[in-house]
Write a protein that binds this ligand. Structure first.
Ligand SMILES: Nc1ncnc2c1ncn2[C@@H]1O[C@H](COP(=O)(O)OP(=O)(O)OP(=O)(O)O)[C@@H](O)[C@H]1O
Length: 670
């Protein structure tokens, strides 16, 4: 953590400032206080109140998002007390007006109290508007920081997290949950502090106006406060249920409105099915909202009854005191005003309770995402990173030494070889960190790779073939450091992958995956993912090498053409060639091609293959292919079956052996 916003600004500018800032200006990122920051007592108190009111102890951890806002919170508290104190002047002025000014019958005696009342109201409104501005700013800071922190965390999560998580859930955290948390943090200052100030100041005014009447308040008011607390568990449960259903709806929308989701809903004509599913969840959401509204209106009604009872008792006692000449009429009227100040906010406190209870669920979701352990390897290097260490440039030709490799002890001069030494891997074990290996016998079907040992010699091309599900793609994930082996080791240039920092590793290894992803951005931005500082000419050269010049000439906006969500505006083959061009720009020492040419027609495959062959000179290539015709020339071929290497050799050796490879090969050439 703590590296958010560290992307080189110059590179961002080249990628197109509009992606990052509506005004075309790239602003400095908002710093997020560290988790260990020691905030002022005001903030600690605020965080404690937040945890209590939301019923979520996790909410206390949100202190880091406003740890440096102590002054703002203190000013807000001060303004709340000042506003309440100003309003408290009102009842005294009212008493003076009724008891002293009105009986004289002189208009000039009314002028001062009326002006004073006006001044009090104007002052209170000014305080309120300053308060609102500060709260809006505090809310803005909090929401941006939560999002920055969640995003920075997401970027550092191990890849294994993503295939298991639902995109909609992450989106709910980033949208609804962040808003709820922001509102709760603001509401705690605004509503809670202001309300407490109003209640305290109102009660003092009542006491000062007449201590006997304040006794009546003391008898009735606690009962009213207790009513506010009633039903809070049920209210919290209903709020949590609503948040869950909200999340489910978001997950469904994210799934069915993604390009491939929308395509499949239509291909299978499941529009009605999706609509029914959505409507059913919506109906359940409505039922929970109605239950909550009913409960809140009952509690609010009881609270109002409590307020009415208190006011009636005070006014009845006051009337008796007036009739017996012990207090004036002005005092009773002033008391009415003071009680409104003190008890008025209680009724809306019921709404606040429900809101805060819902925010508790949001805090829980935000922090449970933030508690997912980050990529250990990345963290290790981020923690140890020297400030001056920069991302090394990839070599332009196959023979240049790799600075990053040299820095981490990799002998780049002799090229980089890639070795797997008795590698065992299971997707289930990739996240079950707490389960010791001993629980998993070698013959457990959970293993996706079992004892894989292979060597991709420096500067050679090695192919992996095998039936579907044999574990070929899994090898590419491990080779590129996306997953780590459970047992055994992988080395690059003789150095364990875990000892190479991720940024260096990814300049050394380039991967064209089976289903390459294109971002919803321009062709140029997608290509520069390979190398941020590539010039337009270099982009064009990479496109030409990947046989995409004709496409570029056809597009009216050229490099600035947006490729659409996941690149759906391009054909499958064009998408794949763009992904190849991106890796060409990255110019890594080791290439991993997973079915990289499977979607290409014969003509463009030949063109791309020429480009890849050129690129492959002096580099280490690991090719995963189904079409055995494409791997005939490989220096070495490994055959996989059920997560194991069952054969290896050259094409002719393997054919001569008449084993698994020969069985795979023959049907394709018949
Ligand atoms: N994210 C995942 N979680 C759990 N299991 C997975 C995951 N990805 C792949 N697998 C499983 O791991 C095994 C190997 O999958 P892999 O994708 O490596 O096969 P493959 O040889 O590349 O297949 P194909 O040629 O069909 O692409 C399969 O049984 C697959 O079901």
């Amino acid at each position: 953590m703590g590296r958010q916003g560290c992307a080189p600004r110059e590179a961002l500018r080249r990628l197109g400032a509009r992606r990052h800032s509506l005004g075309g200006v790239i602003r400095e990122p908002l710093p997020v206080p560290s988790e260990t920051a020691f905030p002022s007592w005001v903030i600690r108190l605020h965080a404690r109140a937040l945890a209590r009111l939301t019923g979520a102890p996790e909410a206390r951890r949100s202190v880091r998002f406003f740890a440096d806002q102590g002054r703002v919170v203190a000013v807000l508290v001060g303004l709340s007390v000042l506003g309440s104190a100003a309003v408290a002047v009102g009842p005294f002025v009212l008493r003076h007006l009724i008891d002293t000014s009105l009986p004289t019958g002189q208009v000039r005696d009314l002028v001062v109290p009326v002006l004073l009342l006006c001044a009090v109201l104007v002052f209170e409104s000014s305080v309120l508007s300053v308060r609102m501005a500060l709260i809006a700013r505090l809310g803005g800071v909090v929401s941006v920081r939560i999002r920055q922190t969640v995003n920075a965390h997401l970027q550092r999560l191990p890849f294994a997290f993503f295939p298991r998580s639902q995109q909609g859930e992450v989106m709910t955290v980033m949208s609804t949950d962040v808003l709820n948390a922001q509102n709760a943090i603001s509401a705690t200052v605004q509503a809670v502090v202001c309300r407490i100030a109003d209640i305290v100041v109102g009660s003092i005014v009542v006491f000062v106006l007449d201590w006997r009447l304040s006794l009546a308040v003391m008898v009735f008011a606690p009962a009213t406060l207790l009513i506010v607390r009633s039903g809070r568990r049920r209210l919290a449960a209903l709020s949590i249920r609503q948040r869950e259903l909200d999340g489910l709806l978001m997950v469904q929308v994210a799934d069915t409105s993604s390009v491939s989701g929308a395509l499949h809903v239509r291909l299978f004509d499941r529009v009605d099915y999706e609509q029914t599913r959505f409507d059913a969840a919506g109906a359940e959401l409505l039922a929970a909202a109605e239950d909550q509204a009913r409960l809140m209106s009952r509690v609010r009604f009881l609270v109002n009854l409590g307020i009415i009872a208190t006011m009636t008792a005070v006014l009845a006692l006051g009337a008796w005191l007036v009739s017996s000449g012990r207090i004036t009429l002005g005092t009773v009227a002033a008391l009415g005003g003071a009680l409104l100040v003190a008890f008025g906010p209680l009724s809306s406190a019921v709404n606040l309770r429900a809101e805060l209870a819902g925010a508790g669920a949001s805090f829980r979701r935000i922090f449970s995402l933030l508690d997912v352990p980050q990529d250990e390897v990345r963290l290790r290097f981020e923690g140890a990173r020297a400030p001056a260490l920069t991302v090394p440039r990839a070599p332009r030709s196959g023979t240049e030494p790799v600075p990053a490799a040299a820095r981490w002890g990799v002998d780049a001069g002799r090229g980089l070889d890639l070795t797997f030494d008795d590698v065992w891997f299971s997707y289930d074990l990739a996240t079950a960190e707490d389960r010791p290996d001993g629980d998993w016998p070698d013959d457990d079907p959970t293993w996706n790779l079992r004892g894989v040992t292979l060597k991709v010699a420096a500067g050679t091309t090695t192919a992996i073939v095998g039936a579907s599900g044999a574990g070929k793609t899994t090898i590419t994930y491990l080779a590129s450091g996306m997953h780590r082996p459970r047992r055994g080791g992988i080395r690059l240039g003789g150095v364990p992958l875990d000892d190479i920092p991720p940024d260096s590793l990814h300049t050394m290894i380039g991967v064209v995956p089976q289903d390459p992803h294109l971002f919803h951005d321009t062709i140029a931005a997608n290509l520069r993912y390979g190398r941020l500082d590539a010039t337009d000419d270099e982009l064009r050269a990479a496109l030409a090498a990947a046989s995409l010049s004709a496409l570029l000439d056809r597009l009216p906006e050229g490099l600035a053409t947006r490729v659409g969500a996941r690149g759906y505006r391009l054909s499958g083959g064009e998408r794949q060639r763009l992904a190849i061009a991106r890796v060409l720009l990255q110019s890594p020492r080791v290439l991993v091609l997973d079915e990289a040419t499977s979607a290409l027609d014969t003509v463009s495959e030949a063109a791309v293959r020429t480009a890849l062959d050129r690129l492959a000179v002096g580099r280490t290539c690991l090719v995963i292919a189904h079409r055995l015709s494409t791997v005939i020339d490989a220096d070495r071929i490994y055959v996989m079956d059920h997560g194991q290497i069952v054969e290896d050799g050259t094409h002719s050796e393997l054919l001569a052996d008449g084993g698994a490879y020969a069985r795979l090969y023959r049907p394709t050439v018949v």
